[in-house]
Design a binder for this molecule. Structure first.
Ligand SMILES: NC(=O)c1ccc[n+]([C@@H]2O[C@H](COP(=O)([O-])OP(=O)(O)OC[C@H]3O[C@@H](n4cnc5c(N)ncnc54)[C@H](OP(=O)(O)O)[C@@H]3O)[C@@H](O)[C@H]2O)c1
Length: 166
């Protein structure tokens, strides 16, 4: 493999969406391993190949649940803090690498009809399935990724292009 143009760190784990006061150390450690540390390690391993691209992009799949500024009144368990920390790393990587041309975004996919999306809906007692289909989410995310540039780099952004507060 000569180079990588776009690295999408998509894999993510779900954990019981319980209040912070009930979140276990075990779940926090697991969530940080999967949702925070692993994406950083994948980036670190593949950074040399990204640097060989003319327009490299790093996409960190995050969640609005990780927003501290706009925290919703629903419990985020270990998942929320693990995505908040991922957001921090994403912002730091943007600042540290922007001179080399890397476009780095923290991308929220919507609330999507996947295993994770349905798990969270069940945990929160949401009366129906998540609102966003996989097809619409993927189509919208691909547009955001294709159009990602120096202007969107370092941002926390939804699949619809809305800028979220950290
Ligand atoms: N769905 C939503 O509403 C929503 C909202 C906000 C953010 N997100 C984020 O979007 C991303 C994709 O989630 P999804 O909705 O597609 O969830 P999903 O259907 O549960 O899929 C999660 C993916 O992550 C992989 N994965 C989980 N733990 C892993 C581990 N320890 N090692 C390697 N791979 C692992 C799974 O692999 P296996 O299939 O092999 O288990 C699966 O491919 C995640 O980062 C999630 O946090 C989703």
């Amino acid at each position: 493999m000569e180079h990588i143009d776009v690295l999408i760190n998509n894999a993510g784990g779900t954990f019981p969406m319980v209040p912070a006061a009930e979140t276990t150390a075990h779940d926090l450690r697991s969530a940080f391993e999967i949702n925070t540390i692993a994406p950083l390690l994948v980036f670190q391993a593949l950074w040399p190949l990204l640097q060989k691209s003319l327009r490299p992009k790093l996409i960190m799949m995050t969640s609005s649940v990780g927003s501290i500024a706009d925290m919703e009144p629903v419990p985020g368990g270990a998942y929320g803090p693990s995505k908040a920390a991922l957001n921090w790393l994403t912002r730091a990587l943007h600042l540290e690498t922007k001179d080399s041309g890397l476009v780095t975004i923290a991308l929220h996919p919507g609330w999507v009809q996947t295993r994770a999306g349905q798990f969270v809906a069940d945990q929160w007692g949401f009366p129906s399935e998540p609102p966003d289909t996989i097809e619409s989410s993927v189509e919208e995310m691909l547009k955001i990724i294709d159009e990602a540039s120096e202007e969107t780099s370092g941002k926390f952004i939804t699949q619809k292009g809305q800028i979220l507060r950290w």
